[in-house]
Design a protein around this ligand. Sequence first.
Ligand code: SF4
Length: 240
Amino acid sequence: MESFDPAELASGFSFSLYVHVPFCRSKCPYCDFYSVPCLEMEPVVEQTIEELSFFVDRLKPKAVPTVYIGGGTPSVLPTRSLQRLLAGIRRCAPAPAEWTIEANPESVTPEFLQTCREAGVDRLSLGLQSMAAGALETLGRPGDAAANRQALELLRSGWAGRLSLDFLVGIPGQTLEELTRDLEVGMSSGAGHLSLYSLTPSTDTPAGSALAQRINQDLQDELWLRGYQRSAERDRVWNT
Ligand code: SF4
């Protein structure tokens, strides 16, 4: 088999970067994104920087207009590792027009925001999912409603960049009133972009399958449409 030469593929093109941080505090039972517990994070960061440099050095893009750091949960990286990762990305993408990082509320701290700000990250995507305690408990996420409120407070005072909030719809037991409250929180938070995702649990685990069976598809669709209508009233952009 011939050896792979990335330079032949894309030399002279512009491309964007997606960097995956494969760590989470705990595994949510509905999730099939790749992530592992927060152990041995530093070697993975070093390896990521090395691979990134390998490809960027060979591809020599004309420009890297956008960078997106997703996961997993990028905000669980210790400050030093995050600084290393952001500096490594900066070397490969010196002047992106948009640089986003995903974060979960329970790991948003003043240090995290400061590190992102200093490196040039200008957009934060926060996975709130819901402001309702019961809904978050059903999801089995590591954070809770108090952590969500606290993260929004911190962002209000310590984040001048762009902000995007993720919410889930169709969580078993979720009511229209809860969703409406979630949307109000989102729309009054200063976020420029809200994403409303339909909960689609992985059926690869017993817990995920059990959760999937509890979803009322008609209700989920109805709630999503109500959310869309509310967004149209307030001129917000939504994802599905
Ligand atoms: S925090 Fe996000 S990426 Fe991590 S397991 Fe939960 S849903 Fe998946």
